[in-house]
Design a protein around this ligand. Structure first.
Ligand SMILES: [Zn+2]
Length: 257
């Protein structure tokens, strides 16, 4: 089967189901962006080289320590190679947590600027080097746009907890004591992004993210909150190449053109 595009989903989270959680959230974003999106037409892939997983961990990917340079270089080279693939076109989605309240991201959020200055710059240098050998340097910006950070504030639970109906049902099984908190979040969904370490505020902790990201995830409401989920969708929508490929999953004529 020929896919319309490949989506490589990288996450700094080391939990066993983390990659699937982010992939599930991403599929919901695509479907929200285009209601006719067909996920089976996309080849979703995890990081392809297990030895590079360590380089995606929170303490490493944004490190500037000399001891980490070799593995970070290898990760950069790996991502650059994926971004340069054209049959099918490949996008790399890199999830890392904002690690700050959404409202304080500009003042105290250090991860997003570090991603741009360290990770994207390193990858860009690899991509530029390869393209210049091919005499195709004019493609640099186009290729680099296929690297898309996914940044929840404070962390991925800030998104999965948006599935309040499912969270209520799960809370009832766990402790039944968080109905008021979940109601409060329901009245002001953006306030979930203002909770530092939200997994500590709710009995669900980090145990149910895959469940919460799945059936019934309210992408429209999460987007409507106008906080980090909204910003992530807006950022994806800035990528014309991604929008084209999402459309190609259902529009054969468009795909051929
Ligand atoms: Zn509870």
């Amino acid at each position: 089967m020929t896919y319309d595009f490949e989506a490589h989903v990288l996450t700094e989270d080391s939990a066993s189901e983390a990659q699937e959680v982010v992939e599930t959230l991403l599929k919901k974003m695509f479907l929200f962006m285009d209601g006719r999106f067909q996920s089976h037409r996309v080849d979703f892939r995890p990081l392809g080289e297990a030895r590079l997983k360590i380089a995606t961990l929170p303490s490493l990917w944004n490190s500037s320590e000399a001891a980490h340079e070799a593995v970070l270089r290898d990760l950069g080279q790996y991502i650059a190679t994926q971004l340069l693939r054209s049959e099918p076109v490949t996008f790399v989605f890199f999830h890392f947590d904002g690690d700050s309240k959404w409202s304080e991201r500009l003042a105290s959020g250090i991860n997003a600027p570090r991603f741009e200055s360290r990770v994207r710059t390193r990858i860009r240098n690899f991509v530029r080097g390869i393209l210049s050998k091919r005499g195709e340097e004019d493609r640099l910006e186009q290729v680099m746009k296929r690297l898309r950070p996914l940044v929840p504030y404070y962390c991925v639970e800030s998104w999965t907890y948006q599935n309040l109906d499912r969270a209520r049902a799960l809370c009832e099984q766990h402790c039944g004591e968080h109905a008021d908190l979940l109601d409060k979040w329901g009245h002001d969904r953006a306030s979930v992004d203002e909770v530092e370490q939200p997994w500590a505020a709710l009995c669900l902790g980090k145990l149910h993210n895959l469940d919460l990201a799945g059936a019934g995830f309210p992408a429209g409401e999460a987007y409507g909150a106008g906080a980090s989920y909204w910003a992530a969708v807006e950022s994806l929508q800035e990528c014309d190449q991604l929008l084209e490929r999402i459309r190609a999953t259902w529009d054969r004529d468009y795909s051929a053109g």
